[in-house]
Design a protein around this ligand. Sequence first.
Ligand SMILES: [Zn+2]
Length: 127
Amino acid sequence: MNKIPHNNIYGEDLFKDNVKIENCALIVKPIVPFSLIVELVNFIISIFEIIYWDGEGLTCPEYGEKLYRNSYHERLINKIYPVKLQKYICSNKECNYFNITNIDHIVPKYSNYEMAIRNEPYTQGLI
Ligand SMILES: [Zn+2]
């Protein structure tokens, strides 16, 4: 993947005058190469942490105590995108219950690839 320096993206600048966001659409003038849009998307992914979680206010299935959020388990999706999975522990110190947000339906446990991509050998070759 070619890394374009960020000041190329946000400098003078090709994007400022030629790309806008409207209702979830990226509206682009023909002067902007598609490869630059791909770079922009990759840049956005690179500055945000991606955290999967099950939400707040969860309770322990053992005796119903509150579950606390407690650090993360990290996985790499499609071998390039790091994501964090929220870990939860029971607020009752006597209880050893813990849970990690499950994304096995997205990326099966011992796989590196997202389900949708695994099923398409052609796409997988492109990554
Ligand atoms: Zn518990």
